[in-house]
Write a protein that binds this ligand. Structure first.
Ligand SMILES: Nc1ncnc2c1ncn2[C@@H]1O[C@H](COP(=O)(O)OP(=O)(O)OP(=O)(O)O)[C@@H](O)[C@H]1O
Length: 240
């Protein structure tokens, strides 16, 4: 097992055909260590979501190579579809909760799709995470009766409940106020430490930079900056 959860080599990506063909990513090289929290930043249209979805097996690798958890993805859609996706968790801006299910049932879905545990264990795991995310009083509410921020936190709990090896999150705190946004990211970070979960997060939220181990900035499809975040710097200082 290597130390890298994600390794991206010479990745290019194109959208469209013929005259409309447009390059969205140019020669991306990136190595992300296990158990770390990496933030992707950059202006709108710089390629953050495209890169996140390719790394998350949601888009095909057209040119270049990606290794995820020591498995080669390039030219291997089958690897993505089967085993690999079960080891990944996703949180998107559009939280995609089931309207007919309560918050608790939505989170339990995150386990049921993997067929993990009996109902009692699933309920326990869902309740635990919902409480950690400040939704202890809302577990039996349906999405229609939750605020945007509360729905987003249910989606976060659903992604975390199956203990994924890697979490890909696209603006997971956009709908949250400062306190709950920071609490959610701290939870990602604590999980990373405790379980070795790797998190890659697209965000425009400057407050979160403080918690990141690493901040990668994209512009016009290229990595223009790649630096240690405040989290990593603090840890290094503690070791010294
Ligand atoms: N499905 C698509 N078809 C055609 N072009 C696309 C598609 N998705 C993205 N693009 C283009 O690829 C480029 C990168 O888009 P992407 O969504 O990855 O940027 P982003 O940095 O995530 O932006 P935002 O912060 O606005 O979400 C943009 O020029 C965008 O217009």
């Amino acid at each position: 097992m290597t130390d890298a959860a994600i390794s991206v080599r010479n990745l290019d990506h194109f959208f469209g055909e013929g005259e409309a063909r447009k390059q969205a990513l140019f020669d991306i090289n990136l190595e992300i260590r296990r158990g770390t929290l990496t933030i992707l930043m950059g202006p709108s249209g710089s390629g953050k979501t495209t890169l996140l979805t390719i790394m998350g097996c949601l888009r095909e690798v057209q040119a270049g190579r990606i290794r995820l958890l020591d498995e080669e993805l390039s030219g291997s859609d089958e690897t993505c579809r089967t085993g690999m996706r079960r080891r990944l968790g996703f949180i998107f801006q559009a939280h995609n909760l089931h309207d007919s299910l309560t918050a608790r049932q939505n989170v339990m879905m995150g386990l049921q799709v993997h067929g993990r545990g009996d109902t009692a264990k699933q309920t326990q795991a869902a309740d635990h995470l919902l409480r950690l995310l400040g939704l202890g009083e809302r577990m039996d509410y349906r999405p229609a009766n939750l605020s945007g921020g509360q729905k987003q936190r249910v989606a976060i709990a659903r992604a975390l409940v199956s203990n994924p090896d890697i979490i890909f999150a696209d603006e997971p705190t956009a709908a949250l106020d400062k306190i709950s946004g920071m609490a959610a990211v701290r939870l990602f970070k604590d999980l990373g430490r405790a379980r070795g979960t790797t998190t890659v997060m697209v965000t425009h939220d400057p407050r979160i930079l403080d918690l990141a181990d690493r901040v990668v900035t994209l512009e016009e499809g290229r990595i223009v900056a790649d630096r240690a975040g405040a989290g990593e710097l603090r840890e290094r200082a503690e070791v010294l």
